[in-house]
Write a protein that binds this ligand. Structure first.
Ligand code: 2AM
Ligand code: CA
Length: 264
């Protein structure tokens, strides 16, 4: 039997330790490399933070599996068993350029079901977390269930460049959505944007392409406060692949899906 409460305490302690290490790194120069393209960045701190979590998990929970952005985890083809899905720094470009608006993101799944989710805003020392069935919190304050909001009064987040052009979706539909809602924001960290949906700072978040480690924790948080997290098609997310992601308060999610996203 898994003791989720004990695991929750352990994960929080590791996150705080990693957060202090990342804040300390602001004093030193970074080693920056590119991955799939010149704007897809990784630093020595992303890699060292992932290594920190993985070595602790392997020692403490040897039967668990790990999916990590920087590739030091396991090669998995399913979410069978207990799987830790880790992004040591989500929003690496913000980390490098701004030293803010980035997060540690950890989702823990059991046979594909999200059990524990953590998003730690390192600079602001804000830990968003959820334990399935026990509520979602920001630091020690419980997040209320999401309330209904109309499209016209909603504040949403979309990657700004995708409103101009993207390879995945007709941008006219996104522009039409952006000009109907009250406001549009673009923070550059999927994990934080999902944490903001869970905490009501945003009403919806839409994005074309994320990997499981970008949204694994956020999905648990948003669902725990009654929100919906799907692909832009409205279908369930594929946790093993890159996918579009669309999160929102329940009524708003449905309205955006029918009025703007689905082919008419
Ligand atoms: P990252 O910083 O961990 O790479 C930026 O809009 C958001 O999208 C961030 O959460 C970023 O995560 C993620 N992201 C950036 N490039 C990506 C890519 N090529 N595939 C999937 N997600 C990406
Ligand atoms: Ca990352």
């Amino acid at each position: 039997m898994v003791n989720w409460t004990e695991m929750d305490q352990q994960v929080k302690a590791w996150i705080m330790e990693a957060g202090a290490f990342i804040r300390e790194s602001f004093q030193h120069s970074l080693s920056i490399q590119t991955k799939s393209n010149p704007n897809d960045l990784v630093t020595n701190i992303d890699e060292e933070t992932e290594r920190f979590f993985i070595s602790n998990i392997r020692k403490t929970y040897p039967s668990h599996f790990i999916l990590g952005e920087e590739g030091q985890g396991d090669e998995l083809s399913s979410l069978d068993g207990i799987v830790w899905i880790i992004d040591p720094i989500d929003g690496t470009m913000n980390f490098i350029h701004q030293q803010r608006h980035f997060a540690i993101s950890i989702g823990i799944y059991e046979d594909g079901v999200g059990r524990l989710g953590y998003i730690y805003d390192v600079t602001h020392d804000e830990l968003y977390y959820a334990k399935r069935g026990s509520g979602a919190f920001m630091n020690d304050v419980q997040l209320p269930a999401l309330s209904e909001v109309t499209l016209e009064k909603s504040l949403i987040a979309v990657n700004a460049t995708w409103l101009v052009k993207n390879a995945y979706f007709d941008e006219k539909r996104l522009v039409s959505l952006a000009t109907t809602v009250r406001g549009v924001r673009s923070y550059g960290s999927a994990a934080l944007e999902l944490a903001y949906v869970a905490s009501g700072r945003l009403d919806s978040y839409l994005t074309m392409r994320l990997s499981p480690w970008d949204f694994a924790a956020g999905k648990i948080l948003v669902e725990e406060v009654g929100g919906n997290v799907t692909a832009l098609s409205g279908k369930e997310l594929d946790m093993m692949k890159t996918t579009s992601v669309f999160a929102g308060a329940p009524g708003l999610h449905k309205r955006i899906l029918t009025d703007f996203l689905l082919e008419k």
